[in-house]
Design a binder for this molecule. Structure first.
Ligand code: FE2
Length: 272
């Protein structure tokens, strides 16, 4: 599918240029890189729809596909004012960045030339991209567009996290959301989430290893076969899991995550 995003890409870069004066802005530069990778992945998903038996019908919905790729581009635009004002990406210590992204898109009229359907689907996906769970009442179109963004976002967060989990870099704190780096520790509550097939919650994270477990549970909600395969082929999840301590109490959870990764490799949906 050929979706021309060039005008939006320029608009996004003009918007980002307005944050050049923010001091110590390395985390913002990472957000620009993150954004373009999320867009790349959203394009891969959209291009894969025709070959994905369960999703084939969406390949014909040009507006929904366009909304998904546009939403991928703007999904984190609220991170820029968030960081400038609060110096953190922690929503709990500032505000919900998805709401801020939505308000920014609306106030800056980024989507003015788009049809009202594309606009409202893209707004919806941006607003919901960071929700712990999505309402079952969401329309199938809104759900589809939101899932494209959520899958794409997660796939790139795996990459970002893997690069920070093992390296002591200055931006590390901002990326890891200030959890404790104690290689032998994890939270039993998060390990229980893995065993019971639930996505772990950010609010429960206390240690870096909890982050590894949380990333593992994200495999449960990857919707598109293209994302599951891309994750399995990237080798990122192996790296996430390799850092977990070798401890008999944690082993069942680690084994379960490895089994889930095998399901991803086959493109199959992962069951909890
Ligand atoms: Fe986000």
């Amino acid at each position: 599918m050929n979706i021309d995003l060039s005008a939006h890409r320029r608009r996004f870069m003009d918007y980002v240029a307005g944050f050049r004066d923010v001091p110590d802005a390395a985390p913002l530069r990472l957000k620009v890189e993150h954004t373009f990778r999320v867009v790349d992945h959203a394009e891969v998903i959209v291009d894969s729809l025709a070959e994905d038996a369960g999703e084939r019908a969406w390949a014909k919905d040009n507006e929904a596909c366009r909304a998904a790729v546009i939403a991928a581009l703007y999904h984190d635009c609220g991170r820029f004012p968030q960081f400038r004002t609060y110096r953190t990406f922690l929503d709990a210590k500032s505000l919900n960045h998805a709401v801020l992204s939505f308000r920014t898109m609306r106030d800056e009229v980024f989507l003015q030339e788009e049809s009202s359907r594309v606009r409202s689907l893209a707004f919806c996906a941006v607003l919901l991209h960071n929700r712990y769970e999505l309402s079952p009442k969401l329309s199938p179109q809104a759900r589809f567009v939101t899932d494209v963004v959520r899958d794409s976002d997660k796939l790139d967060i795996f990459r970002v996290m893997v690069s920070y989990l093992d390296n002591a870099l200055p931006e590390r704190d901002a990326v890891l959301l200030h959890v404790k780096d104690d290689p032998g520790c994890w939270s039993p509550k998060v390990a229980k989430d893995v065993l019971e097939g639930r996505v772990a919650r950010y609010a429960d994270l206390r240690f870096v290893n909890d982050f590894r477990l949380l990333l593992g549970t994200w495999m449960l909600e990857l919707r598109f076969a293209a994302t599951r395969r891309a994750l399995a082929h990237s080798g990122l999840m192996e790296k996430v899991l390799a850092g977990l301590p070798d401890d008999a109490r944690l082993r069942p959870a680690v084994e379960k995550l490895h089994a889930m990764l095998e399901e991803c490799r086959n493109g199959r949906g992962v069951k909890g």
